[in-house]
Design a protein around this ligand. Structure first.
Ligand SMILES: *Cc1c(COP(=O)(O)O)cnc(C)c1O
Length: 372
């Protein structure tokens, strides 16, 4: 039986092994593991890649969100608008700084926050918005930025899944006040562990982020503000520097795989059963290739699993229905599009090293499932 894992990091490692080992060997000799020249070099490269003035390496995508909210001065009494259909960290970070998450439902086709539904949720307490560029496609940013400007609201982009994604020619992470990236291994630019980055073109926010990253100390052992240990490891930075050289190539391969899936699905006549990802306003980088199963999603998933095909549901429970957020008083039915997404979406393997044969097999198994 053919095996098609959801993601095959070992296949990617084989292509960069020597370079990674060379890049990290030096650090073992110098034993300089905290911040340092590798982190600075990566910050410069990522800022360049994301079309921003600055980038600040941090310990994870989650910490990128947390430190951004701290740098924006968000706290108790403030409201932050975001999507209920996201990874937990987006909403968890808002709650952790003491602010109140305010949800806005998503667009049916892109699964990103619906900009037309935002203005109803803006109050005097609204201090920030966190649009999430889900699956590797940017939110519809023009109306979001317009609202933010009109109401003096900060925009923090959750670009954890979207490094290199573009909206009308602008890169993810360069449109809001800050952009948050993750180097979690399953992201398009993954470290060998946890890591993250905040991008910004504001001098003031850049200085704040750098200070907050080291417990708020400026200079060392003197603290005007309370920060945390949000540092990126030099070893992770050295590895990501190698991988960054291949990112465009991997993104092209993911996009080519997405095109191939479209051909295969249309060839098999699965239109009535399966909805395919919709591309809007620019470059989708396909961190995930997420289909919509019109019916029997969980059965389809089990059947693919039995056929050796890895899939995942991103995400089975929208944030407004998570037990830890009951205090927000949201109910089932409040965000119907997010809830429909949770019931119907299924991520298929899309990684760069995926072969034509594997993709054909995946689509044939889906065809077989709906024919039975
Ligand atoms: C992965 C992810 C995060 C968190 O990143 P970590 O590096 O795992 O902490 C935040 N938001 C979204 C949308 C993500 O996909």
């Amino acid at each position: 039986m053919m095996k098609v894992p959801l993601l095959d990091l070992k296949a990617q490692y084989q292509t960069i092994k020597d370079e990674v080992l060379t890049a990290t060997r030096e650090l073992y000799e110098t034993q300089r593991f905290i911040l340092g020249p590798e982190v600075e070099k990566l910050e410069e490269r990522v800022a360049l890649y994301c079309h921003t003035e600055y980038a600040v390496g941090v310990s994870s995508g989650t910490d990128a969100l947390l430190i951004s909210l701290m740098a924006a001065g968000i706290g108790p009494g403030d409201e932050v608008i975001t999507s209920p259909y996201t990874f937990f960290a987006t909403v968890g970070s808002i709650a952790r700084v003491g602010a109140t998450p305010v949800f806005v439902d998503i667009e049916e086709d892109t699964y990103n926050i619906d900009p037309r539904a935002i203005s109803d949720k803006i109050t005097k307490q609204t201090k920030a918005m966190i649009p999430v560029h889900l699956y590797g496609q940017c939110c519809d940013m023009d109306p979001i930025l317009e609202l933010a400007h009109a109401h003096d609201i900060m925009v923090i982009e959750d670009a954890a899944q979207a490094i290199g994604a573009e909206y009308k020619g602008r890169r993810a992470g360069s449109m809001g006040d800050m952009g948050c990236f993750s180097f979690f291994p399953s992201k398009n630019l993954g470290a060998f562990g946890d890591g993250g980055m905040v991008t910004t073109s504001s001098d003031i926010l850049y200085q704040k982020l750098k200070i907050l990253r080291v417990h708020g100390s400026d200079p060392k052992y003197y603290h005007k503000v309370i920060g945390g240990n949000f540092r990126l490891d030099a070893l992770q930075a050295a590895i990501i520097l190698v991988k960054l050289l291949y990112l465009e190539q991997w993104t092209s391969a993911r996009r080519a795989n997405a095109r191939r899936y479209r051909e295969l699905f249309s060839h098999e006549g699965l239109d009535g059963f399966i909805g395919l990802p919709v591309e809007k306003n620019g470059r989708h980088i396909y961190n995930q290739f997420v289909i919509t199963a019109q019916s029997r999603r969980d059965e389809l998933r089990r059947s693919l699993n039995e056929a050796g095909i890895g899939t995942e549901v991103y995400y089975p429970v929208p944030m407004h229905l998570q037990p830890c957020f009951v205090y927000l008083n949201a109910r089932k039915g409040d965000f119907p599009k997010a809830e429909a997404g949770a019931e119907k979406t299924l991520a298929l393997p899309i990684y760069a090293e995926l072969t034509d044969e594997q993709q054909t097999y995946v689509v044939q198994r889906i065809k077989a499932f709906y024919s039975s």
